[in-house]
Design a protein around this ligand. Sequence first.
Ligand SMILES: NC(=O)c1ccc[n+]([C@@H]2O[C@H](COP(=O)([O-])OP(=O)(O)OC[C@H]3O[C@@H](n4cnc5c(N)ncnc54)[C@H](OP(=O)(O)O)[C@@H]3O)[C@@H](O)[C@H]2O)c1
Length: 217
Amino acid sequence: MTTTPSPAPARPHVVAHVAVTPEGVTTGFEPDVGLFYELAGTWQEDVTLAGSGTLLAQEATLASAPPGPGPAADGPLLAVVDGGGRISRWEELRAAGHWSDVLALHSACTPPRPASRQVRELVTGSERVDLRAVLETLAGREGAGVVRVDSGGSLIGALLAADLLDEVSLLVHPCLAADRDGQRWYGNARGTGRALELVTNETLRDGIAWLRHRVRR
Ligand SMILES: NC(=O)c1ccc[n+]([C@@H]2O[C@H](COP(=O)([O-])OP(=O)(O)OC[C@H]3O[C@@H](n4cnc5c(N)ncnc54)[C@H](OP(=O)(O)O)[C@@H]3O)[C@@H](O)[C@H]2O)c1
């Protein structure tokens, strides 16, 4: 008897939009934040997938900022990979006015969370958050068609290593990074040798180049 292989579970289109220097470094320079978020609107993502390193870098600002306007009903869901259980400002993130809600992504090894915590969570993976399972759940349970990754190189590198990245959008700033040991946008991901399809190659204001590529499969 022959068996028909079951189709691969659906997962969303995953795009990483990153501001970089020509060396591919994501920190140690002043990105044009306004332009970055203007272009981030290109994808109208259903889910913003953020790394814990990125959000931890913003927690001090969130703590001292005045209360946000509250959830944006039409905004994307903010899903945060937080295997270490290090994020604490969930209420402030939900109220920031950018997202409709927040979702904490944990693994079986994530330390216990306070019982009083008011945040939805999704637990996948035994030691680390299982990024493939997360994306399949976001498609199946949240109806996500597009996920935009907002992170430094670690999360993007992990997605690349698992062959889960469909598009790379680099906003290349005309300066060299001050930090010679700065993190590259692809983190420590091993090479995949995949071909890319050029979508956009534009020069924008102040000599910033926007390079957008789709990963060929
Ligand atoms: N230039 C830009 O456009 C841009 C954009 C965003 C952020 N940044 C900067 O980048 C810096 C933060 O970047 P970062 O690279 O340190 O951190 P990050 O990518 O924001 O966070 C690392 C994330 O990757 C996850 N991760 C790594 N390997 C994994 C694996 N194998 N499986 C599952 N999850 C995995 C970690 O999960 P755990 O929590 O479980 O460890 C964590 O959530 C900040 O300084 C920020 O300002 C720059």
